[in-house]
Design a protein around this ligand. Structure first.
Ligand SMILES: C[S@@+](CC[C@H](N)C(=O)[O-])C[C@H]1O[C@@H](n2cnc3c(N)ncnc32)[C@H](O)[C@@H]1O
Length: 277
């Protein structure tokens, strides 16, 4: 069927884009996402002066279109996130994970956390706030925050948010870790430099080679694998298990499960996993 819209978009074009999305991001797009794909990519066709999705598919398949591939992958990702999203994970960090880790790592005094699929930064900043509040300042604490989407990473690095987005940050921590904007920015807040300095934001496609060696003490990969098919999830979990410390923890999103995906992790409860020894 060809929709009567600004740009011609056939079933074949949709299948072609589905394949390209899967190849470049690991994301599986169901037919229900067809309209979403049209509206997100229509902007790109307009910018490029194209008339049909067929031309856009051909362009993406040609060599030397890395820049367009970047726009394409940025357009197909879903970036919904929030500060202290799924708050039980941060309660667990504060009440169980950090006290135990601080005992076990007392000699090295080092902690490494990875926020994989960090979107606009609310997740790694929530981790940083929790760590900064609990771990003595002389410890070497670093958070790696990665995402495929270069636009969200730019926003994450700036660390500027509308005041209303920080509603879930407890008042005491908000006063401690956010600076209030002035004048025309008075409805905005900025994360303090000390917190920004704890985080390295890097572009990384989880489907590609990873430059870091680990081990990480915790990996947060929340609300990311929900978009991948099971074989892709299995491969990724295998790699997470390899790069996670033996006593590390893996945190997934509320609707994600490793049931029938991998046997390398064991559920501790509420989407928190430990590595199977
Ligand atoms: C819904 S957001 C989740 C943000 C945050 N983890 C949370 O739970 O609030 C999913 C993020 O995963 C990223 N993502 C999707 N596929 C990816 C891939 N292949 N490699 C790296 N990041 C990816 C998207 O760009 C998006 O920012």
């Amino acid at each position: 069927m060809t929709a009567q819209r600004e740009f011609q978009f056939t079933d074949r074009d949709f299948r072609c884009l589905q394949r390209l999305v899967a190849r470049h991001t690991g994301i599986t797009l169901s037919p229900a996402k067809r309209d979403m794909l049209y509206s997100r990519l229509a902007r790109r066709l307009r910018a490029l002066g194209l008339r049909r999705f067929k031309e856009y598919c051909s362009l993406l398949q040609e060599d030397g279109h890395g820049e367009e591939l970047r726009h394409f992958t940025n357009a197909v990702t879903t970036n919904l996130t929030a500060f202290f999203r799924e708050p039980h994970h941060f309660d667990y960090l504060r009440e169980e994970f950090l006290p135990a880790m601080m005992e076990r790592r007392a000699q090295v005094r080092r902690l490494r956390i990875w926020s994989a699929g960090c979107s606009t930064g609310e997740e790694p900043y929530s981790i940083a706030i929790t760590l900064a509040d609990a771990v003595p300042p002389e410890w070497d604490v670093r958070i790696l925050a990665t995402d495929l989407d270069s636009n969200v990473l730019d926003r994450a690095r700036r660390g500027i948010y509308s005041e209303e987005r920080t509603a879930e940050v407890p008042e005491r921590l908000k006063r401690k870790w956010f600076l209030r904007g002035r004048g025309e920015n008075r409805d905005k807040v900025r994360v303090r430099r000390e917190l920004r300095d704890m985080i390295r934001f890097r572009q990384l496609n989880l489907m590609h080679e990873w430059p870091m060696r680990g081990p990480f003490d915790a990996i947060f990969c929340r609300n990311v694998i929900i978009y991948f098919d099971k074989p892709t999830q299995s491969r990724l979990m295998d790699r997470f298990a390899d790069i996670l410390a033996d006593d590390g923890r893996l945190f997934l999103g509320h609707s994600e499960t490793l049931y029938r995906v991998t046997d390398r992790f064991q559920l501790l409860g509420r989407t928190i996993y430990r590595k199977v020894p």
